[in-house]
Design a protein around this ligand. Structure first.
Ligand code: GDP
Length: 455
């Protein structure tokens, strides 16, 4: 190995102090590092109890489990050594310092272990993304989706498509190369075009399921909207407390919209508390209302909350243009005829009205139950959706467009085989970019940026 290829190390487990800390070392110096610190190299893939010492002073640092994974059978595809230490700050600092003192060893950058795994062909790009998602998964459904992606759900399918495309391309190229020779079968292009048509419909079907797959990563977006003082914030707080919310405001969130992430029946849901939507006189407020409207319109579901006890009910209508809007009549505790205050079940999803009290919690069970059903329905099939990110969708759309061009050319009388071949090649390149087989330098930094150090 050239000296330009450093050996990297990092703390790969969580924040100390903890019972155990895992320090990983990957690269050509991994065996040297392990021998210097522990005096021995365990058998491949076997745990050994070792005394860890400072290589300079010989002073014992800790007793640990050491593991040795010779290349290529390791997570990164390189030689990898792993130490399971006692998880104290002082122990970890001493071990990292000792490793840093070994020639050609340095601390890993964020995501660098995974990047090496990618570069050594241990993971394709979609699996790398699946790994990032698995680490970030907050709900069971997200975890299952990420694990499938890590294990090749997206990558294997894309690669199989690419192979079929390359076979189709080979037929067209054979036709071009041997067009002058009499004994080349005339119809090489016909089967290639059939294959392209078949691929086109399969890929288009995958793209059609994209929205749900992407949402499973990001969460079903439910906007809580309605006139001021209807009780939106009270409802949000009640749902958040009940469903163990993960309050993680996205960057760029304005003060007009508060985001809360929940796991609802195992599905990720993002609740948005919108600024009171009403006719605003002031320009600054108008801007807030405009943004709130825009986000509500893009939500998967809007809960339009109104005050059932209000004398003035002119705001009870829903002045929003969104996919699905449920009406939530709040403050039923404050109206006289509480006998009416039960959840009204309508078969028509769009016409659902819920009568609740965000203050007392009456009717909340019914509302949460309906939300869980909605999420379940929305996400049915999403876990096996192969498109989980905008990047996947863009690559597949580029593939479809190239196939479209090839098919249009093939329809023409006097279709030019060179043009068909060029478009099939472009389609194969787009699929190759999806898995990272071709030309992806530009997206790598973006993908690995999200990883933590030690991964
Ligand atoms: P928002 O402007 O829509 O977010 O409304 P808030 O959640 O801030 O609530 C406005 C007022 O209505 C507050 O004083 C709440 O305590 C009150 N409120 C909210 N929900 C209920 C309810 O179910 N019953 C009653 N009686 N008051 C409520």
């Amino acid at each position: 190995m050239p000296s330009s290829h450093p050996t990297i190390f990092a703390l790969s487990s969580g924040r100390p102090p903890a019972a155990i800390a895992v320090v990983r070392v990957s690269g050509p110096q991994a065996s040297v590092a392990l021998e210097k610190l522990t005096g021995r190299l365990p058998g491949p893939r076997q745990a050994a109890l070792v005394r860890v010492r400072d290589p300079q002073s010989g002073e014992p640092i800790d007793e640990a489990l050491a593991l040795w994974f010779p290349a290529p059978h390791s997570e990164t595809g390189e030689d990898v050594a792993e130490l399971q230490l006692h998880g104290g700050q002082g122990v970890i600092a001493a071990v990292l310092e000792a490793l840093g003192g070994i020639a050609n060893c340095r601390l890993a950058e964020p995501g660098e272990f995974t990047r090496r795994a990618f570069e050594n062909g241990r993971l394709d790009l979609t699996a790398v993304e699946g790994l990032a998602d698995l680490i970030a998964a907050e709900t069971p459904a997200q975890r299952r989706q990420a694990f499938r992606q890590l294990k090749g759900l997206t990558g294997h399918r894309a690669e199989a498509w690419r192979q079929r495309l390359i076979e189709a391309l080979a037929l067209v190229e054979a036709r071009i190369d041997f067009s002058d020779e009499a004994d080349v079968p005339e119809d090489l292009v016909g089967p290639a075009i059939n294959a392209a048509q078949q691929l086109h419909s399969e890929i288009a079907a995958a793209v059609a399921g994209a929205k749900h797959g992407e949402r499973l990563r990001e969460g079903l977006v439910v906007a809580i909207a309605g006139p001021p003082n209807a009780g939106k914030s009270t409802l949000l707080n009640r749902l958040a407390r009940r469903e163990a919310a993960i309050v993680s405001p996205y960057p760029g969130t304005t003060r007009d919209v508060i985001e809360v992430h929940l796991s609802l029946a195992g599905y990720p849901v993002t609740l948005l508390d919108m600024a009171g939507i009403r006719e605003a006189a002031e320009p600054v407020e108008q801007e807030g209302v405009r943004r709130a409207r825009e986000r509500a319109a893009a939500a998967d579901l809007v809960l339009w909350v109104t005050d059932a006890s209000a004398v003035d009910r002119t705001a009870a209508g829903v002045p929003l243009d969104a996919d699905v809007v449920w009406r939530v009549e709040n403050k039923i505790d404050a109206i006289a005829r509480q006998g009416d205050a039960k959840s009204f079940e309508s078969k028509d999803e769009d016409k659902f009205i819920s009568y609740i009290s965000a203050l007392t919690g009456a009717g909340i069970d019914g509302l949460v139950g309906r939300l869980a059903e909605f999420a379940k329905e929305f996400f049915s099939g999403a876990e096996s959706a192969i498109v989980t990110r905008l990047r996947h969708r863009q690559m597949l759309e580029a593939t479809i467009q190239a196939l479209d061009r090839a098919l249009v050319e093939a329809e023409k009388s006097g279709a030019r085989e060179e043009l068909i071949a060029e478009d099939l090649r472009a389609a194969a390149v787009a699929l190759g970019r999806l898995t990272g087989r071709v030309d992806v330098e530009d997206v790598l930094d973006v993908i690995f940026r999200d990883f933590c150090i030690g991964k």
